[in-house]
Design a protein around this ligand. Structure first.
Ligand code: ADP
Length: 415
């Protein structure tokens, strides 16, 4: 058949033209040449048999390797690709063959090239539909998870709120009885302490809930002041000393480059972050364990690590625990103890910590070999904070002007 011979005659000229047209970098050229060679052989089969479906597996394969970026960008890359192939095919016919032969081959080839274009548009649409369906499924699953977490959250929050409330109620009733019976002042004091503890726990929980809502609505405002990381930890050391003694835990705070350096940050909020991380380390480390705080200076950042010898965290939970309604588990298992071993909480602490650190322009993450209550592989929380030589707010900068100037002089330059 004359057309087949003509097609055969333009093979190498077309291969050269099409690979040149489709690639810019040399690296891709070999792979692409092989693909084009395959396409040409299939096109010969199509011409011989008159059956365009010979091309389908190749076109389908191409549509399947389209990346999510291709699919997201909305630019129809496969159709564009095939359009270039067709154009180079027609150009090669015109340039490499005599006018009559070119016309013969083009009229024989044209319907197949058209079919190839339509088929690639079909495959591309299918690939897009599959991609969008997968995206929708993932979004639906995320929404379902959020919905479940929200109902879990309500039951845990209700439980968490009820426990201190019951305590307050109980102590108040006992106080009334003691007052009626004119019992000892010592007894009254103990009961008042009980009420005070209960209200403090309620207050802390409500504060956490407000913080989460501020963070979710991007309303958290930071009060930038000079901060020294090692000073924050000495405050926390004092705060935790009684708990550490009760639970026979050792807290080792090491000096590290950057820990005594001044940076601008919100000290109250940073204390809250490290308090949340530390109280988790206390909660999830069995009695007698060790917690080590250290870190390092990185260009423009101070990284602090808090390592414990606790029960560890499963790889699948490592990002979830920083989410709003993370790992709520069963409300009935929540002991409401802030420091008891494995005493559950409402699951807001790390979400708040992440929000505060990210508002500072930093990052927080955890590393752990896994979850094992017997072996206790431990966890390491990393907190990366940018070093700021000045507060972002110009009024605060004026307030701390002399301190800033001093730091600039002592550091020689802003690092
Ligand atoms: P809460 O402690 O109130 O549940 P958090 O947001 O502070 O909430 O922590 C979320 C979850 O992360 C915890 O329930 C726990 O499963 C896990 N977790 C946090 N810190 C540790 C740690 N140091 N060791 C083991 N698990 C931890």
């Amino acid at each position: 058949m004359h057309e087949i011979e003509l097609l055969h005659a333009i093979r190498s000229a077309w291969l050269q033209r099409v690979t040149h047209a489709l690639t810019r970098g040399m690296t891709l050229r070999d792979d692409l040449r092989e693909e084009m060679d395959r396409l040409f052989s299939l096109l010969e089969q199509v011409m011989q048999t008159g059956d365009p479906s010979w091309l389908n597996p190749l076109l389908q394969g191409w549509s399947e390797v389209m990346t999510s970026t291709d699919l997201e960008s909305g630019a129809s890359s496969l159709v564009e690709f095939v359009r270039t192939i067709n154009a180079t095919m027609l150009e090669t016919c015109r340039e490499s063959l005599a006018e009559g032969d070119a016309l013969t081959l083009i009229s024989a080839l044209y319907p197949h090239l058209e079919t190839m274009l339509v088929q690639s548009a079909n495959y591309e649409t299918q690939a897009k539909i599959t991609y969008i369906t997968n995206q929708l499924n993932a979004a639906r699953q995320a929404l379902e998870r959020l919905d479940r977490s929200k109902s879990d959250f309500i039951s845990v929050a209700a439980h968490e709120l009820r426990t201190p409330l019951t305590l307050v109620e109980g102590y108040a009733a006992m106080l009334r009885e003691s007052w009626e019976k004119k019992a000892s002042a010592e007894m009254d004091r103990m009961l008042i302490d009980g009420i005070h503890n209960g209200t403090r726990r309620l207050q802390a929980l409500i504060d956490d809930m407000i913080d989460v809502s501020l963070l979710d609505n991007n309303l958290l405002s930071l009060n930038f002041q000079p901060v020294w990381i090692n000073r924050l930890f000495s405050i926390l050391h004092t705060e935790f000393s009684a708990v550490l003694r009760d639970r026979s835990l050792t807290l080792e705070i090491r000096d590290f480059p950057g820990s005594s350096e001044m940076t601008f940050a919100d000290p109250e909020r940073l204390l809250q972050v490290f308090r949340n991380i530390l109280s988790n380390s206390v909660k999830y480390t069995p009695d007698g364990g060790t917690i080590i705080i250290e870190g390092r200076k990185l260009p423009g950042f101070i990284e602090t690590t808090i390592t414990d010898t606790g029960i560890g965290i499963a790889p699948s939970d490592m990002s979830i625990i920083f989410e709003t309604f993370s790992r709520l588990g069963n409300a009935a298992l929540h002991s409401s103890g802030k420091t008891k071993f494995k005493g559950g909480g409402p699951g807001l602490g790390l979400r708040i910590a992440r929000g505060i650190i990210e508002s500072h322009g930093g990052a927080i993450w955890v590393e752990s070999p896994g979850y094992d209550e017997k072996e206790c592989p431990g966890s390491t929380f990393h907190v990366l904070l940018p070093v700021r030589q000045e507060p972002p707010d110009s009024r605060a900068a004026r307030l701390f002007a002399s301190l800033i100037a001093e730091t600039h002089t002592s550091n020689g330059e802003i690092n």
